[in-house]
Design a protein around this ligand. Sequence first.
Ligand SMILES: [Zn+2]
Length: 147
Amino acid sequence: MRCYFCASPNTRVVDSRDGEDGTAVRRRRVCEDCKKRFSTYERVVVVPIRVIKRSGRLENYDLGKIRSAVATACRKRPIGEDVLERLVQQVDQDIRGLESTDVDSKRIGQLILERLKTLDQVASIRFASVYLQFQSIEEFREAVDEM
Ligand SMILES: [Zn+2]
């Protein structure tokens, strides 16, 4: 980070502390050349993610859709709302951890399925049958066998 006053590249951090709500870090820096001090903020950059639909159309990523898809698959299963929400958050992290910010809808389906598998078999089979749109009963059977 260059000095705000003299543009020297020789600055160093003298203090670092969390912002009030924990979403930012405030750093005090000092310039080794002009000795002046200034502050910087560091926060997470939220990159917008787009979903590539089956039709090839791009759509804004919407965590609400994932939540409702998972909730539908888990209907009447013995899964608490907090457990469900944790799964949704994990899927969200999986998606944000991908290299590309344009994500295939099928890829999202697979990520959800991977998480669901470890949670509830019935829910994961339900989800797979709806969201992975099997072409044949054999394809469906294979997926079920894999579980
Ligand atoms: Zn300076």
